[in-house]
Write a protein that binds this ligand. Sequence first.
Ligand SMILES: *Cc1c(COP(=O)(O)O)cnc(C)c1O
Length: 389
Amino acid sequence: MSLRPETRVVSLGRPPHEEESSLNPPIVLTSTFVGRGDARGVRTYGRDANPSWDPFEEALADLEGAEQPAVLFASGLAAVSAALSLVPQGATLVMLRHTYLGTVAVARELASRGLLTLELVEADGGAGLVERIRRPAPGGLVVWLESPTNPMLEVTDLPLVLAEARRSGVTSIVDNTFATPLGQRPLLLGADVVVHSVTKYLAGHSDVVLGAAVASTPALRERLVQQRLLGGAVAGSFEAWLALRGLRTLALRIERSQENAAELARRLEAHPAVASVRHPSLPADPGHAIAARTMDGFGSILSIQLPGGAEEADAFIASLRLWVSATSLGGVESTLERRRRHPGESPSVPPGLIRLSVGIESVDDLWEDLRRSLDTLAPASPEGPRDPA
Ligand SMILES: *Cc1c(COP(=O)(O)O)cnc(C)c1O
């Protein structure tokens, strides 16, 4: 029976339906497994396996369309680091300038040790990446994709770029944190590896730090498992259990938060004190056409700029009552932050840009809080934001 994703998030990763068996998988707390002889079994020690990982790993693989289980890690960045270890020494790694800042930091660190050459390219929907993939690099090419990007919300035509990478024999890795497998399934489009910050939408309640990588082949999965074993960034049993518990409501949460985000984007766009809004749902957004064609839904992250730049943004954020000023995203609660408050954020992100992660609250309560503060601000000039960048 082929089930829809809304059903699969609820039914995957459960013990078999047997009389008196637990409906939910148990949490197994152990550092070691009983074994006699030469330790060739699957489970020996808590760094190579834990039954508490299995249900989530199987569920995520199914949602992403992978044939073998995902690989859980202690954080999204641990999964990113493991995926970046697949880049051969001396190869060129191509990624968008506005890739998640932690990913860029790991790539820069590898480049500074001469292990790879890092090329940051501007987002243009994907044509530039396709052109880059067609030009061979000495030592080989690996392309890292993230769509939409964090926090600029640039949308890339993944079907186009991944097909070209596959044709050209270029390894491709996709960070699918923002879209989730309900929004797009890059492995089915030809990607070699998909990574997730499970911390965000998949777990969904801002109470867990966790990551995962999903490979397209058993051999690639084996290399990721090896990285987990050697890097030691193993997931805790309780965290894995919480992530599966969060996954149960993923479809519901995404449905509501996307709806809220699109409605807020429309209202923000119409408010005179807002200089600009980015959300792929808006017909005028540069990513709208590609997102409408290649994604299921437009996501629940949006960004705005106020005319007064960083100072006005900070005052605006401080004046809100319901919205929480906090980093991270993808939880049930609505949060926002001025991204450039992080010293590691790209200088090409406007200093006043505010990223909003829209939750599942009443859209009218969320709007009331924003509107009350916006009404106190001066109208935006017709030239748009006064940010220097
Ligand atoms: C948060 C995030 C990460 C890092 O994940 P952690 O769980 O915080 O380690 C990676 N990629 C994207 C797109 C993210 O938003």
